[in-house]
Design a protein around this ligand. Structure first.
Ligand code: URP
Ligand code: ZN
Ligand code: ZN
Ligand code: ZN
Length: 466
């Protein structure tokens, strides 16, 4: 089966041009002007539409548990598809007492295979840094899992990591090509402030932001950068949210250090006033690091445009509001009991297009780089994230003329709210192909369970220039 998409504006990280694109089997086999179909080919006229590579969302939590409460899983991955994301990368916490690779292999077999509706890869999360676990790090690269995160935040949780574990991971990962990632916040600072706030009766969701101000993130970012310098290893900082942390990244770039920074869609369009919404609404916006002020938002937009930040992910976390977000509600409870994270898998591209491209903050080409091309490269997904011959035929036909409103009621995340509820939306993915198979038509999911497959990553993001 082959498909010819004619007359669209093809967007790559390098620029835009009007051309036709032909996909045969699972790959893109031709891009050019005046391409002709063969008999039996599907032909789609994309006049007036953009043709984008399928998005790569490098930061997804389908298996995240916070104080015993667990997110929605791969059964909701069709939300990615209708949002124009055809590959996602899931963080899997190492189970205590078990190995890194065995935890990932089991999760992959039991919770992703046969369920996933888009392609997927994994980041390991080291939670149990015994000597033999450190020794195991090179095996991650051999198994197709070349990225591993440590949580510098979340003191008291089993997944929290200290500097000794981080330094050893950086040293060990370097030789094997395993990229070390960090959630950079100073756990002790947060712990002290949290306990003080609770003692003062300041327990509402808004105090989540007060318990972890920008300096908390900046300090940990700087510390991680220096640990990476000592180890002479690359460092990948997830969800950068503030000016102060950006300054640390910029200083590292100027010293020639191999550092990579990501931000997420919600930090670009939401702010801490959302945490202060009346009633208990603010709980919907409890994520870490916390939402910041407008000043930081502006700095992030500038940073993604100027390549001080390199990728925009969702940090999708499917906790519901009715029960899970209410774990911080009532007598004796506080913001510290609220599961962290928000559902955002489906609307990453819609938000970036409406509030980035339509407002002149990002070119379509820069958007493609941030939401697909660079995430594929840095995570070593060699056939993903680009509209080019030989790459997987993961293709989005994007209709810029659509206008609508974002609502959890019409999305597939399986959660009873969206942090972007009521946001105006301009443009939408109309048709989506996953390796040449049509999985979205007229903006509706038409694929099937288990259609997504595991994509092994190459060590150190083979084609990423650090
Ligand atoms: O608040 C967040 N981001 N929750 C998910 C886990 C993490 O820290 O990335
Ligand atoms: Zn610690
Ligand atoms: Zn995090
Ligand atoms: Zn996360």
């Amino acid at each position: 089966m082959a498909v010819l998409i004619k007359n669209g504006t093809i967007v790559t990280a390098e620029g835009e041009r009007k051309a036709d694109i032909y996909a045969e089997g699972e790959s893109i086999t031709a891009i050019g002007e005046g391409l002709q179909p063969k008999e039996g080919d599907e032909v789609i006229d994309a006049e007036g539409k953009y043709v984008l590579p399928g998005g790569v969302d490098q930061h997804v939590h389908f298996s995240f548990s916070y104080k015993g409460s667990k997110t929605r899983g791969f059964e909701t991955s069709n939300a990615a598809a209708v949002g124009g994301t055809t590959t996602l990368i899931e963080f899997v916490n190492q189970e205590q007492g078990r190995g890194l690779v065995e935890t990932l292999d089991d999760y992959r077999k039991n919770d992703a295979e046969g369920i996933a509706m888009v392609d997927y890869a994994f980041h390991s999360v080291m939670t149990d840094p015994r000597d033999e676990v450190i020794e195991e790090i090179p095996k991650l690269a051999e198994a197709g899992y070349p990225t591993m995160k440590l949580f510098m935040a979340y003191k008291g949780q089993f997944f929290h990591a200290d500097d000794d574990a981080l330094l050893k991971a950086l040293q060990k990962g370097k030789d094997a090509g395993v990229t070390i990632m960090v959630h950079a916040e100073n756990a002790d600072m947060i712990d002290v402030l949290t306990n003080q706030l609770i003692a003062e009766g300041k327990t509402a969701p808004y105090y989540h932001a007060v318990s972890r101000p920008p300096v908390v993130e900046a300090e940990a970012t700087r510390r991680a950068i220096y640990l990476a310098e000592l180890a002479d290893a690359p460092l990948y900082v997830v969800h950068v949210t503030c000016k102060e942390a950006l300054e640390e990244l910029k200083a590292a770039y100027s010293r020639g250090q191999r550092v990579f920074g990501e931000t997420c869609a919600h930090y670009l369009v939401l702010d801490e006033s959302d945490l202060a919404k009346p009633g208990y609404e603010g709980a919907k916006y409890v994520c870490s690091p916390a939402l910041r002020t407008e000043e930081h938002r502006d700095a992030l937009w500038e940073a993604v445009d100027r390549k001080w930040l390199n990728a925009i992910s969702s940090d999708h976390c499917g906790f519901d509001y009715a029960e899970q977000k209410h774990l911080g509600y009532g007598e004796g409870k506080s913001f510290a009991d609220i599961p962290n994270g928000a559902p955002s898998l489906q609307n990453r591209l819609n938000i970036l297009w409406t509030y980035g491209v339509c407002e002149g903050k990002l070119s379509p080409s820069r958007l493609v780089d941030l939401y697909a091309t660079t995430p594929a490269k840095v995570n070593g997904l060699e056939n993903k994230g680009q509209l080019a011959v030989g790459f997987d035929a993961d293709i989005v036909i994007f209709d810029p003329a659509y206008e609508g409103t974002i609502s959890y009621k019409t999305n597939l995340e399986g959660v009873d709210y969206s942090p972007f509820e009521g946001f105006a939306q301009k443009g939408r993915p109309e048709t989506v192909f996953l390796r040449g198979q049509k999985i979205v038509e007229d903006a509706k999911y038409i694929g099937h369970k288990g259609q997504g497959k595991f994509v092994p990553g190459k060590p150190f993001g083979a084609s990423y220039e650090w």
